[in-house]
Design a protein around this ligand. Structure first.
Ligand code: SF4
Length: 897
């Protein structure tokens, strides 16, 4: 149990403000950092074109994640600390030995959208240029590789043609498979502002779930899971019948034939014909339509076809290449795009050069000064780990990612890592589910320490700048990779002195024999000086050498020039393939919560972020819950492929029948039950290799806990105390959510003994309150721990407990502590984190008949800070206004007049 050490700021921050980029989602918001007496202040960068000063709740709380808790400080080999030279020698010699004995395809790198572009570049160069294998893949495979594959098919290159300004210049905004309000909040707020300015802008949400993104929707198509291809194919056919398509485009006839087949299946997708008609007319009749799509489209066994169908609709109807319209893939991670630029997906060679670009192979070999260039694509993420499990790959280096949690089929990943002779992990955290299987652990620098570039969803390259001293012996990823490369025998080609050196080479490579043949070209920066790199302003590509630089709003395909040989787009025929579903099972959809990020290694440190949803919650349709005997707030057991987990239940009329949703943020490191990848089947799109995280099938049953409990302690526990145990970081300590087969009294006794053993001499305050039992532990007047047990979770003061350690000197709070009014305590849970407005205030406004979001905001003040919670008011209305259901629906699904 380590005490937190405050991160130490570096000279740059001491001398003034530092501009950098948020490390979470693909919006790529600019941040400005300044030093305060107590730490680091994080503000939105008003000059950054991605966010113009705005930040969501995650970005706003970045300053609270900068402690050095759970950080790696030194390299280790088989659990023993080593010097850097020794660890690097070991990794290099083991990789060389494995290659010598088993061939170059017996090794692999599995990298991450959290890496900076410079890190990505040298990792890709080492594997594909010098080891000579294609076996480098990235966790971005899991979130946007279907978009990459479809871009290549239709456009001829992986190009996102739009800018954020196109969204606000459009008349119709379609959100397909994207809960933008939670997953890309700053862009959603930009849409809100535009909608307030121009109420005529129509917003369509296509999603099986009624998410927070419905707040702004004029039209919601609650499509059945897997229905998106049928929908967009049908839209293509609708436009074909109205004579709205360019019938001269290559592939258009076959695509329309496939679309007609799909249209016959339209009644199966579960959307009322009138709503479909409204959507088709809106899309067809407007010149300015932006379709934003994300994981709901990409993470499917036919994800590439689904994206391709969206691109077809835009390209064939001419809704592309002009300001305010086009298909917009919104990326999940901060630098998934940087990985795509350098070619770090296993089926791309380098810098938007494909393995099939035979005329470029020799120039690339000469550029990199190598004669061992990889000649064929490597294995994609799921295949790669399957090959590790089979023993085909014997050494893997995992960089800045946690595949034990993020890949499908947790158990298969565990078996793969256990079977692998050499697992090297470079990461900035000291513990996560993957590190348990590492032979070699290399401490990498985290956000704030490292320095380089990232590219956001709109192709904008920004700097991440260092403002903290590296913790312990942590090193930059690019440095670690280059040091291993040098020791493997490639010193000459990996002798970079700085990220700027690498960036110059990356820029130069993008211009290699390019002359407009590849859209990705930033060769203008191939001779950028160190000072210019340091002063870098956010800029969108392309930026070819010899042309004047444009900072903002570049529009691709305005000249109708695509990147196939004939310069035309290729309209793909996308035939729907029905997936047989077992009607006895539920479709499991996985995704993100509003305030968390990936496996919580950073966002889980900020108590203000853990409060929104402290437990992994499975959302189940109310009628399904009633049929299965599952109660709201109770627990359910979900099982698939021989694995099972237990999750807290939220029954909701907003969840489609026969489908459930669970978040991705819990792992074995912070829960013993919540790791949803246990249930995700390793089914993937055959073209992109992207796993179908939205469409696993699971069995669900009631899990009969006899007691629920909360244990509040100062420090993180390593012990498993109950069958169900979830850790939440709270201000000053941790809260454990527990459920057990024991009675509440027995659970109280068990926890009481545990606390007594742990703290030794301590004062105990017992107070049985009928609804629940509790004990509080004081040491010299200081509140040290608390135990709360009850039959059901609703009888525990769950919402309030995050303030447990904040009330030490607060007499009012202490009196509140001794109150038995659980309901009142629960209502104190914070709803608006920025302005500290309680959920009870919002509910009171709803109960008093305020069913209008604007009025509730005015009355309570909620949403006046970062705005992340505004959309959640709509969800609260829907959940709490049973007697006003119709009104709530009006707010959510107001039909288009
Ligand atoms: Fe960070 Fe994304 Fe929030 Fe912007 S929208 S502050 S990039 S998490």
């Amino acid at each position: 149990m380590s005490k937190n050490l405050a991160a130490v700021t570096n000279e740059q921050l001491s001398q003034g403000r530092v501009k950098s980029t948020c490390p979470y989602c693909g919006v790529g918001c600019g941040v400005e950092l300044s030093k305060t007496d107590t730490g680091v202040l994080v503000m939105g960068d008003k000059t950054h074109p991605a966010n113009f000063g705005k930040l969501c709740i995650k970005g706003k709380n970045l300053g609270k994640t900068l402690d050095n808790d759970n950080r790696l400080s030194t390299p280790t080999i088989n659990g023993h600390s080593q010097s850097w030279p020794r660890a690097l020698d070991y990794v290099a010699s083991e990789f060389n030995r494995t290659i010598e004995q088993h061939g170059k395809d017996s090794v692999a790198f599995y990298v991450s959208g959290q890496l900076l572009t410079e890190d990505y570049y040298v990792a890709n160069k080492l594997m594909k240029g010098f080891i000579g294998s294609g076996n480098i893949d990235t966790n971005s495979r899991l979130c946007m590789s279907s978009a990459v594959a479809a871009h290549k098919q239709v456009f001829g290159e992986d190009i996102v043609p739009l800018s954020y300004s196109d969204i606000t210049n459009s008349d119709v905004i379609v959100l397909a498979g994207s809960n933008l309000a939670w997953c890309h909040p700053v862009i959603y707020q930009r849409i809100r502002e535009e909608k307030e300015r121009r109420p005529s802008v129509k917003i369509v949400v296509i999603d099986p779930r009624a998410t927070a993104s419905l707040e702004l929707a004029d039209l919601h198509l609650p499509i059945k899971p897997g229905g998106d291809l049928i929908l967009f194919n049908s839209l293509l056919d609708f436009m074909a019948q109205r004579g709205l398509l360019d019938l001269t485009l290559p592939g258009i006839d076959d695509a329309i034939n496939a679309a007609q087949d799909s249209r016959r299946l339209l009644p199966e997708i579960g959307v009322e014909p009138e709503l479909l008609e409204q959507f088709f007319k809106l899309f067809s009749d407007s010149d300015k339509v932006v379709t934003m799509f994300s994981q709901g489209i990409n993470q499917s066994s036919q994800g590439t076809k689904q994206v391709s169908a969206i691109l077809n609709c835009h390209v064939a109807s001419g809704k592309i290449g002009k300001q305010g319209c086009g298909p917009f893939s919104i990326t999940g991670q901060p630098n998934a795009m940087g990985g795509r630029e350098v070619g770090a997906l296993s089926n791309t060679l380098a810098s938007h050069i494909e393995f099939e670009d035979s005329q470029l192979l020799q120039p690339l070999s000469e550029f990199w000064q190598t004669d061992t260039l990889a000649t064929k694509p490597g294995l994609k993420a799921v295949e790669l780990f399957a090959a590790i499990k089979r023993g085909k790959i014997k050494a893997v280096w995992i960089m800045a990612t946690n595949p034990m949690v993020s890949l499908p089929d947790h158990e298969a990943t565990r078996q793969a890592l256990e079977a692998c002779s050499l697992v090297v992990v470079s990461d900035c955290v000291a513990s996560n589910d993957t590190l348990d299987y590492a032979n070699v652990i290399l401490p990498a620098q985290g956000w704030g320490e490292k320095s380089g570039t990232v590219t956001n969803s709109e192709r904008r390259i920004s700097r991440q700048r260092s403002f903290l001293q590296p913790y312990g012996e942590a090193k930059a990823d690019w440095w670690i990779i280059c040091e291993v490369a040098k020791r493997m025998g490639f010193a000459k080609q990996f002798s970079y002195q700085s990220p700027a050196d690498i960036f110059r080479e990356h820029a130069a490579l993008s211009g290699l024999e390019n002359n407009g043949s590849r859209g990705f070209d930033i060769s203008q920066f191939k001779q950028i000086s160190a000072a210019q790199y340091q002063r870098w302003l956010p800029v969108q590509w392309p930026q070819p050498s010899g042309r004047s630089r444009r900072l903002n709003d570049q529009v691709f395909f305005s000249d109708n020039q695509y990147y196939h040989v004939n310069k035309q787009p290729l309209i793909k025929a996308n035939h729907h393939q029905a997936k047989g579903l077992d009607s006895r099972l539920f479709v499991l959809n996985t995704g993100r919560n509003r305030d968390q990020w990936h496996t919580q290694t950073r966002s889980g440190k900020a108590a203000t972020l853990t409060n929104h949803q402290p437990e992994p919650v499975v959302e189940i349709n109310r009628e399904d819950g009633a049929r299965l005997g599952i109660i709201d707030g109770g627990l359910a057991k979900l099982s698939a492929q021989g694995q099972a987990l237990i999750a807290r239940v939220k029954l909701s009329a907003q969840q489609l029948p026969s489908s459930v949703f669970m978040p991705i943020h819990w792992s074995l490191s912070n829960s013993n039950q919540g790791c949803v990848s246990k249930l995700v089947t390793p089914v993937f799109d055959p073209t992109s290799g992207q796993p179908a995280f939205k469409h696993s099938q699971v069995a669900i049953e009631y899990w009969p806990a006899n007691s629920n409990g909360m244990l509040v302690v100062r420090e993180s526990l390593k012990q498993e105390l109950c069958t169900y145990q979830i850790e939440q970081r709270i201000a000053g300590g941790y809260c454990y959510y527990l459920a057990s087969e024991q009675s509440p009294q027995q659970l109280l006794q068990q926890l009481s003994k545990f606390i007594g053993d742990y703290y030794g001499e301590i004062t105990v305050a017992n107070d049985d309150k009928g609804q629940y039992f509790r004990q509080h532990y004081f040491n010299q007047g200081q509140l040290e721990a608390g135990i709360f047990t009850a039959t059901i979770m609703q009888n525990l003061p769950q919402g309030w407990v995050s303030n447990f350690y904040l009330m030490n000197n607060d007499n009012t709070a202490k009196r509140s502590l001794l109150s038995s009014d659980v309901d009142a305590l629960q209502q104190q849970k914070t709803f608006c984190q920025c302005l500290n407005i309680a959920v009870g205030d919002i509910k009171e406004a709803i109960t008093s008949g305020e069913l209008d979001i604007a009025k509730i905001r005015k009355k309570t003040g909620a949403g006046g800070g970062c705005g992340s919670c505004i959309s959640d008011i709509a969800l609260l209305i829907a959940d709490n206004a049973d007697s006003h259901q119709e009104n709530a629906r009006e707010i959510c699904y107001d039909e288009i007049k």
